[in-house]
Design a binder for this molecule. Structure first.
Ligand SMILES: Nc1nc2c(ncn2[C@@H]2O[C@H](COP(=O)(O)OP(=O)(O)OP(=O)(O)O)[C@@H](O)[C@H]2O)c(=O)[nH]1
Ligand SMILES: [Mg+2]
Length: 322
């Protein structure tokens, strides 16, 4: 009972926009466990106002720099901005988060901006759902625009980028002659393609390549949204206002046209799926923590097989906790 009372007062403080309450609730969501669930359930029901923008792309393509620039423009429009950066903590770009912090440091002390990085290492499939909980927490706290930056490497991270209202895929010139977005399977998920670093002379070729690829792969998903390609330079400050306009156009498209509706449905389904997966994983973790070796003993002696045992286990653990 006391956990529940604590949770609902924490939710109230989040709703009042208290940033330390926001940070605390996100940390609790990261820790997971049953105690925080009532609070997150309440958060979910109260959220839904923010515009969530997923930004993905290969390592070093300029995502964080771009988020910094876009954040400045959103603030100028009078919006509060939440930023969630998924720390890849991978061989691809280890340690980038510190760089992210430094690059965004002019905003680090602005109370209208909340920056949070979340680690992926050690997450047992719960990363996507914790990230989306964090998005909702920021939403309830009154952040109108929320950026989620993920490196477009790994399925979970691609899915997170897709679980936004607007998904931006960033490609940069000079990272190899093949289109990185295509290699990483990112081509199809973009609502808006950004070619960053357009202050470089080889950027035009990247734009042309990308436009050609988009034409070739024009698999219509039934939506009327024409994917846009925007060239930007965070150094020369070009293309950024155009990008903001494209983002606003897409936001209006998703919010106000019937063609935008399936997007919301897909996000809700992804959310349910990830939450269910996570609950199941946690139950099995609990089961294996209790397991005294009798099941594995049976397996080792070939008295049972993993298929029937897993099926029985699945049924028991699912029914037991209803
Ligand atoms: N020339 C040029 N360089 C840029 C531009 N934007 C970013 N960079 C540089 O590109 C490098 C990577 O930028 P980041 O913003 O950290 O890229 P990122 O995609 O967030 O990187 P990870 O998070 O590590 O995947 C840095 O050295 C930036 O200074 C740009 O518009 N022009
Ligand atoms: Mg980054």
């Amino acid at each position: 009972v006391s956990a529940r009372i604590l949770s609902s007062s924490l939710v109230a403080r989040v709703q009042a926009g208290q940033l330390h309450a926001v940070a605390r609730l996100i940390s609790r969501a990261e820790q997971g466990g049953p105690e925080v669930r009532p609070a997150l359930a309440e958060i979910y029901r109260r959220a839904g106002r923010a515009h969530v923008i997923g930004i993905t792309g290969v390592p070093g393509s300029g995502k964080s720099t771009l988020v910094g620039k876009l954040t400045g423009r959103m603030l100028a429009c009078g919006r509060r901005v939440g930023i969630i950066a998924i720390d890849p903590s991978s061989p691809y770009s280890g340690g980038a988060i510190l760089g992210d912090r430094i690059r965004m440091s002019e905003m680090a002390h602005d109370p209208r901006v909340f920056i949070r990085s979340m680690a992926t290492h050690g997450a047992t499939g719960g990363m996507a759902h914790t990230t989306l909980d964090a998005v909702d927490i920021l939403d309830v706290a009154g952040f109108e625009t929320i950026f989620v930056e993920t490196v477009g490497v790994g399925q979970d991270e691609v899915h997170i980028a897709k679980a936004a209202h607007t998904t931006i895929v960033v490609s940069a010139p000079g990272l190899g002659d093949e289109l990185q977005a295509m290699k990483a399977g990112l081509l199809e998920i973009a609502d808006i393609h950004v070619v960053s670093k357009c202050d470089r002379s080889d950027a035009n070729r990247t734009i042309t390549d990308l436009e050609q690829m988009l034409m070739l792969g024009m698999a219509s998903d039934g939506s009327n949204w024409a994917v846009e390609v925007v060239g930007t330079s965070s150094v020369a400050e070009t293309g950024l206002d155009e990008l903001v306009e494209a983002i606003e156009r897409h936001r209006a498209y998703v919010a106000r046209t019937p063609q935008g509706q399936p997007r919301g449905q897909a996000i809700a389904e992804f959310r349910l799926r990830k939450t269910a997966e996570n609950l199941l994983l946690q139950r099995f973790a609990d089961y294996f923590a209790r397991e005294d070796g009798s099941s594995t003993g049976k397996l080792m002696r070939r008295e049972s097989d993993p298929y029937s045992m897993a099926a029985a286990l699945l049924e028991r653990e699912t029914l037991q906790n209803q």
